[in-house]
Each structure stands twice: as C-alpha cells, then as structure tokens.
Design a protein around this ligand. Structure first.
Ligand code: ADP
Ligand code: ASP
Ligand code: MG
Length: 404
C-alpha cells in the first residue's frame, strides 16, 4: 500500500462545493488502495481577511495573537473536508498542527519546522482513516501556535511527506504546473515538464509563489520529488526533482517577479566602519530578512544605504531604522512600497556572460527605470516601479526566447 501526501491550495477548497469535489478526488485515491494524507490551505481570500482584521484592530498586532488568528482559516477547511469524507462513508479525521505535532521555532509569522512527531498520524493511518491536515501551522516548544509564512501549506505537505517517507507528494493548485513565467500575467509562458530543486528554489525565492521556498528546501534536503498539478485539469503537471544527467542547461529557464518587498533608504550616513553592522544587526535580531543591499559611493564623508525587506515586515523595519538613523546621525530615511523585483533565472548562466546586459537593454527599450540590481551565479534581479511589473515580465520572457 502506497502512502500519498496531497495538498490542495486555497482556490481548490474555496467553497463548500469545491471542498466536496476535493473529497471525491481524495476518495478515489483511497479506492485505488492508497493511504492518504491531505493537507489543505484556507479557503482562498480567507487568510487575507484575517490579516486585514488584525491590522484593523491595531497597527502593530502582537505576533503570538496574530499567528493564532491567521492559522484559523486552515482549521475550517481541514475539518469541513473530514466531514465531507465521513459523510461519503470514508472514515476521516482532521489534525491541526499542534495535534500532530509539527514542532517549530518561535519565529511567529515565519516559523521553521524543527521536527514532526507523526505517531498520531501513523496510528490513524493504521486504523484505516484518511487524514486531513491544516497546512501553514505548527506549535512551538512552549505550546504557542505558529505559522510558517505565506504559502506555508506547501511546506507542511512536503515536510509530512519527508517525515513519513511518503511514496508521493502532489501539490494541487490552480495552474497545471510550473511555467517559464507566471501564466496568469504572461500568456506566452510554457509549462515545464521537469525543474531541478535548485532552479525551483531560485524561482520561489524570487517570487514565483506556486511553491513556497521552504517546501522546495525540504524536498531537496530529504529528496522528496514534488509534483505540481492542477486540481481542475488532468495532466502530468511538473516534477520538481534532482538534476538529471546533463542535457545542456538552458541559459535562461524562467522569469519571476515579486511585489512583496519594500525599499528603505538611509540618506547621508557618516561613512565610517561599523555603521552597516549598527544598522543591520537589530534588523536581523528582529527576524527580518533583508534581501538586496546597495551602498552608494561616499561623498564628503557621507553615504546612502538602500535595502529591501518583505512588505509584511516593512513597518517593523522602518521603526527600527528610524531609531538607528537618529543614533548614527544619518540625515534622513526614505521609504518606498511601490516597487517590484523582476528576475531572470537559469543554471546555464554560470557558464555564459551577457545575460545582465541583455536584461538591462530589454528593460530600457520599454523605458523602465532600474532602481537596484543584484546578481548571483544563476539569476539577475532588478528592482523597478511596481506599475511596470507585468510589462517587464512579458518583455523579458519574450526577449530571452522563452515563449511558445
Ligand atoms: P495555492 O493557493 O494553490 O497555494 P498559489 O496562488 O499560492 O496557489 O500559487 C499558484 C499561483 O502561482 C498561480 O496561480 C500563478 O499565478 C502563480 N505563479 C507565479 N509564478 C508561476 C510560475 N512560474 N509557474 C506557475 N505558477 C506561477
Ligand atoms: N493560507 C495561507 C496563505 O494564504 C497558507 C497557504 O495558503 O499555503 O498564505
Ligand atoms: Mg500557495
């Protein structure tokens, strides 16, 4: 008997009707003789509603309460799905993160899974039950409910598949696989049959939200092949797995964008050793991930430092930075939330030059101004005005010959 872990995202469980049809799909998998664990997201839009309520209540919600609140969307879907299955004559039982136990650290809103005590799950599987699991949530050592970051149900699924050594891990979503660019804004995008963990990691970290980055990290670490499929259309989807024996890697394999970052500039900082550390240590201690950093050349003993942080941490970061700016006698702090990061990705870049120059050329031809640039071995990213995001993605996608 094979053990399968299937995950359904928000749109797939977005209504009572949709939960019923997921129940039917799950029942079929059970009928085929499998042990089944189904991880579900909250109904689409539900987590956003909860976030909005927290922000309406107070400008800086307490993080413990915030996580306890925004984790509740998943409790609704996992329990409804179990009810649907039970009513169809398929014994099912729902589990919350703390019931399993999915133990995480205490970094609220972006907790990391440390271990999974899956004995409860094993017992119920043995008793012939289908298990439904609330994605996105865990519990820390002190018993507080934590959440795994937006899109975290993917990570719940892959982590459970790894912990139970499942035979299959499928992420069902509203697109039928991983594409060369977001198919919802780039009509020309091509579906990929296979992507390496490495490329998917890069795409996810650059904004392709089809898989949460940590789910790919788990997959890679524990060698869990992840298949991305559509809930609504039947086809093979995309397999995310180890690199196969080398066919020549494409130069550029995808384009990604991310509108979830904001930019902070500290203007007129006295240019002396230790300043960067004074600025970034408290930010890192507040568990805020800084992405890009650019420091200007110094003029008359002063310099400017610009960096990006997730929008969800923007207020917190700005508050910290304003305080430090005062201490270090910087002239001003300027913030900009209307930015987007567009990136081109490809393992083939390692051995080729000219990708960055080509990217800048394509953007400039459309009159798109580049505010920040960062490169790694296999990607080039540019920060631009958010209103040009869709245009930039299409232009880069076609300019690098990725279209159909
Ligand atoms: P779910 O609710 O099922 O978790 P998400 O909205 O988190 O679904 O992820 C699926 C979405 O990811 C798609 O609807 C698509 O707009 C977006 N996406 C971004 N980049 C890509 C890509 N390269 N390939 C496929 N989908 C992508
Ligand atoms: N419901 C959570 C979110 O919207 C987690 C998820 O869908 O994976 O981010
Ligand atoms: Mg998702």
């Amino acid at each position: 008997m094979a053990l399968v872990v299937h995950k359904y995202g928000g749109t797939s469980v977005g209504s009572i009707e949709k939960i019923r049809s997921v129940a039917k799909k799950v029942a079929k998998v059970r009928d085929e003789g499998n042990l089944v664990i189904v991880v579900v997201s909250a109904m689409s839009g539900e987590t956003n509603k909860l976030v909005a309520m927290a922000n309406e209540m107070t400008s800086m919600p307490d993080e413990r309460e915030y996580d306890a609140l925004i984790s509740t969307g998943e409790q609704i879907t996992s329990t409804l799905l179990a009810m649907a299955l039970n009513s169809m004559g398929y014994p099912a039982v729902s589990f919350q993160g703390y019931q399993i136990k999915i133990v995480t650290d205490s970094a609220f809103t972006k907790a990391r899974i440390q271990r999974i005590d899956a004995d409860n799950l094993r017992k119920e599987l043995k008793a012939g039950k289908i298990i439904t699991v609330s994605g996105f949530q865990g519990v820390d050592e002190a018993g507080n409910v934590t959440t795994l970051g937006r899109g975290g149900s993917d990570t719940t699924a892959v982590a459970i598949a790894a912990a139970l050594k499942a035979d299959e891990c499928i992420i069902y979503t509203d697109v039928d696989g991983v594409y060369t660019a977001d198919p919802n804004i780039c009509p020309n995008a091509r579906k990929l049959d296979r992507v390496t963990y490495e490329e998917m990691l890069e795409m996810a970290s650059l904004g392709a939200k089809v898989l949460q980055i940590r789910s790919v990290e788990f997959g890679m670490k524990y060698n869990v092949p992840i298949r991305v499929k559509s809930t609504f259309v039947e086809n093979e989807g995309t397999l995310v797995a180890k690199e196969e024996d080398k066919v020549e890697a494409p130069l550029v394999s995808g384009v990604a964008y991310d509108k979830n970052e904001a930019k902070i500039t500290v203007v007129g900082i006295p240019d002396r050793p230790g300043i960067a550390s004074k600025l970034f240590t408290p930010i890192s201690e507040a568990n805020i991930n800084v992405d890009m950093i650019v420091q200007n050349i110094s003029a008359e003993g002063h310099t400017d430092l610009t960096f990006t942080v997730p929008k969800s941490d923007f207020k917190k970061a700005l508050e910290i930075v304003k305080k430090i700016a005062k201490d270090i006698e910087a002239r001003n702090v300027v913030a900009d939330e209307n930015i987007a990061k567009v990136s081109v990705i490809g393992v083939g870049m390692r051995s080729h030059s000219g990708i960055a120059a080509r990217m800048f050329d394509l953007l400039s031809k459309e009159g798109i101004n580049i505010m920040m640039i960062s490169t790694s071995e296999i990607k080039v990213s540019c920060v631009i005005d958010t209103k040009y995001t869709e245009l930039a993605v299409r232009v880069l996608h076609d300019g690098f010959g990725l279209g159909k």
